[in-house]
Write a protein that binds this ligand. Structure first.
Ligand code: 3PG
Length: 400
């Protein structure tokens, strides 16, 4: 983007593909981290006199307009953060978008409506995606890719559009890739990875890769129970991905052979009921050893002994990558595990990277200072796929 700015962007229509996919509750943004993360690129372009057209997806609407997924709240928040009125087009490539962009003065910013209100955005059909990219291309002279959270998607605005316009990567993508590169190249050891979240199947490929790179992998969250079950423990009614047991067994065996510590919870907070995340009424749970979860209960957070164990495994690390909460942190009674991980990261002298929408939101909503971490990534799937060593369509398109 610096080259682009040096060439001059005054009066040019610059399309910024951002990731404004922020969590919303009843139309209110509960965490604006992703909007703040792309601000430097938008502000710099506006200062340089560009006519900035910001585009993003939000949620997963079904290829047609759906008011529940409107980007209007994100556009308003962007305006507040930028300190200028941001125009909003009520469609993506239709009359409103064309008029809004045509009316933009130099140095002003517009947001167009959710890209995924158009089936062409996410289509698996190259021609359909290309046709939508052609229409997007009419709105701009230059393309800046800065939606790091979506670079793993082969979507029209991420992959096909940059091929149609002069293009550059924005500051957020440059920062994210710079940090993640450090985790793939000369990583400082001990390198500790904390993996949580619900779905073991989403994280399998990354565990596979990390077995050759990390010194310790600490497992928490919903996926821990598939590991515990694979080890022959009773897990009651805890989350289980039965079809993944053979894969998990292979990982456990490989970890042992390679001398990688694959660490599992030793105690668990278990309950017969999933907690009330809305009213947050106090939960009823018991603390049990990880091999003694009663048949009628499910595990919802790591227990106190595990908190201590994981903190000690993090304490002497030089590098830590953390993806995925280790418990149902949205309920205060099950937030202590995730809090303990965040706390251990802030207390270690390690270079710490937090990846994934949920972990990043957890860190902020649990009251931690973002600056206490080395880097908080805006990408969940994107950062994991980067670490897996995959080619990411949105980075390839920008030659990053
Ligand atoms: C994310 O939240 O990880 C990104 O915004 C990508 O969203 P998606 O998984 O719906 O493509």
């Amino acid at each position: 983007i610096d080259e682009l700015l040096a060439e001059g962007v005054r009066g040019k229509r610059v399309f910024v593909r951002a990731d404004l996919n922020v969590p919303l509750a009843g139309g209110t943004i509960t965490d604006d981290g992703r909007i703040r993360a792309v601000l430097p690129t938008i502000a710099k372009l506006a200062e340089a006199g560009a006519r900035v057209v910001v585009a993003s997806h939000l949620g997963r609407p079904k290829g047609e307009p759906d008011p529940a997924f409107s980007l209007a709240p994100a556009a308003r928040r962007l305006g507040e953060l930028l300190g200028q009125d941001v125009a909003f087009a009520t469609d993506t490539v239709g009359a409103s978008a064309k008029e809004t962009v045509a009316a933009l003065a130099d140095g002003r910013v517009a947001v167009i409506e959710n890209l995924r209100f158009n089936a062409g955005e996410t289509s698996k059909d190259d021609a359909e995606r290309g046709a939508f990219a052609d229409r997007l291309a009419e709105l701009a002279d230059v393309y800046v890719g800065d939606g790091f959270g979506a670079v793993h998607r082969k979507h029209a605005s991420v992959f096909d559009l940059p091929a149609r316009l002069p293009h550059a990567a924005g500051y957020l993508i440059a920062t994210e890739v710079g940090v993640l590169k450090k985790l793939t190249a000369d990583v400082k050891r001990p390198y500790v990875v904390v993996l949580g979240g619900a779905k073991v199947s989403d994280k399998l490929a990354v565990i596979d890769q990390l077995l050759g790179k990390a010194d310790r992998i600490l497992i928490g969250g919903g996926m821990a129970y598939t590991f515990l079950k694979a080890q022959g423990h009773e897990i009651g009614i805890s989350l289980l991905q039965e079809d993944q047991i053979p894969v998990v067994l292979e990982y456990l065996a490989r970890a042992e052979k390679l001398g990688v510590e694959l660490v599992l919870p030793v105690d668990i907070l278990a309950s017969s009921d999933f907690p009330d995340l809305k009213g947050k009424t106090p939960a009823e749970f018991i603390t049990v050893d990880a091999d003694k979860i009663p048949a009628d209960k499910e595990g919802l957070d790591i227990g106190p002994k595990t908190r201590e164990l994981y903190a000690s495994k993090i304490a002497d690390a030089e590098t830590v990558f953390w993806n995925g909460p280790v418990g149902v942190f949205e309920h205060p009674d099950y937030a202590n595990g995730t809090k303990a991980i965040a706390q251990a990261l802030t207390e270690s002298g390690a270079f710490t990277v937090v990846g994934g929408g949920d972990s990043a939101a957890a860190v902020r909503t649990l009251g931690f200072d973002e600056n206490a971490f080395g880097h908080i990534s805006t990408g969940g799937g994107a950062s994991l796929e980067y670490l897996e060593g995959k080619t990411l369509p949105g980075l390839a398109a920008l030659e990053v």
